[in-house]
Each structure stands twice: as C-alpha cells, then as structure tokens.
Design a protein around this ligand. Sequence first.
Ligand SMILES: CC(C)(COP(=O)(O)OP(=O)(O)OC[C@H]1O[C@@H](n2cnc3c(N)ncnc32)[C@H](O)[C@@H]1OP(=O)(O)O)[C@@H](O)C(=O)NCCC(=O)NCCS
Length: 180
Amino acid sequence: MLRGNKVGLRARYEEDIPVLRTELYDDVVNGARAEGRPWRPITPGSKDPRLVVDDNDQGSVPFSVVELDGGTLIGTANLWGIDNHNRTAHIGLGLLPSARGKRYGTDVVAALCHYGFVVRGMRRLQIETLADNHAMLRSAERNGFVREGVLRSSAWVLGEFMDEVLLGLLVEDWKRQPGA
Ligand SMILES: CC(C)(COP(=O)(O)OP(=O)(O)OC[C@H]1O[C@@H](n2cnc3c(N)ncnc32)[C@H](O)[C@@H]1OP(=O)(O)O)[C@@H](O)C(=O)NCCC(=O)NCCS
C-alpha cells in the first residue's frame, strides 16, 4: 500500500466496485463532471472499465483510496496515460462525496506524485480539470503543480462547454518541496 499522511492507496478489491459505482458514477452531475464522456447508466455487475482492473493494461494503474485510520474506502486514484519513453503520466482521483473537503484530496495527489516520480521514474506528471473545480486545482497546486494553460471550451458538461485547466509538475520541482 502507498501511504500518505491520512490516506492509503491500495489495490482495488471486488467489494469496492459497487460502492464506487453508486457513489461516484450513478449520480448524473458527479458522473458527467468526472469524465469526458456522456453519462450513461451502468448495469450492476457489468464490467465497468472505469472500475474493473485490467492487469494487462500497462498504461494505467488504478488504486482504491482508504483512510489509514480504520481502512474505510473513500475513493479512487489513478496514474494513467503512462508513457515510459517520454516519462510522462497523468493523475486522476475521485473521492466519495462524504470524504470531500477534509484535505484527503491533497494527500492523494501527494501519494500519486510519490508513485509516479519515485516508484515509476516519471519526469513529468499532468492533470486536466474543469476550470471551476477549485478543490482539484488547489489540491494540485498545494503539491507544486503549476497551471500551464487553459483548454478553452474543451469539455461538454451537461448542456454547456467548459474550459479545462492543464497543470504540470516536473520531478525536479517536486523534489525541491519540503516533505517530498
Ligand atoms: C477534487 C477532489 C479530489 C479534492 O479533494 P478534497 O479532499 O475535497 O480537497 P481538499 O480537502 O484536499 O481541499 C484542497 C483545497 O481546496 C480547497 N477547496 C475545497 N473545496 C473548495 C471549493 N469548493 N472552493 C474553493 N476551494 C475549495 C480547500 O480549502 C483546500 O485548500 P487549502 O488547503 O488551501 O485550504 C474532491 O473534492 C473530489 O473527489 N471531487 C469530485 C471528483 C473530482 O472532481 N475529481 C477530480 C477530477 S479532475
């Protein structure tokens, strides 16, 4: 398990899947904002590629996020788009609604940076998020990510086009931070 200050990133367990599907993807607003595809209902028990792990997929590493104190499941985290030639990857995360606003997101980003830079030897990590996702922007910036650009009107979200912000962090900048 990867350990942050308050959260752990562990393997996905079978029993996590119905909880994550219900809490993160059944709700149309949460689901539509979490991914760049239209929301659609998922049949319980079907192999939802957002949650079912494919161990043959070398480009993506999915984690379940738990509270270190007690082990309660609180969300998902992912290192994805892993490019071992250019040594770049993207990070993504989603917390259950009841777990948001407790600084867990900031801690998850820190754990993903450790995994990306130290365990996987990446040079650059990247995040794309909706421009109004202040909690995500702040969680990233608290870990040293910088805003590199705005992807204007790049996301169709529930009836309107929204901008996305692209943030990046290089390993040398990450290493200069206290606690990295
Ligand atoms: C985005 C997300 C991961 C952030 O995690 P979180 O645990 O809720 O965020 P934190 O508690 O670590 O807060 C991070 C910072 O954002 C700030 N923040 C939180 N909610 C905010 C809001 N609505 N507006 C402005 N700032 C906010 C916090 O005050 C904190 O800043 P600080 O450390 O300077 O005080 C989480 O809210 C989530 O899962 N949201 C839904 C899914 C999602 O949007 N995923 C990201 C897709 S790219």
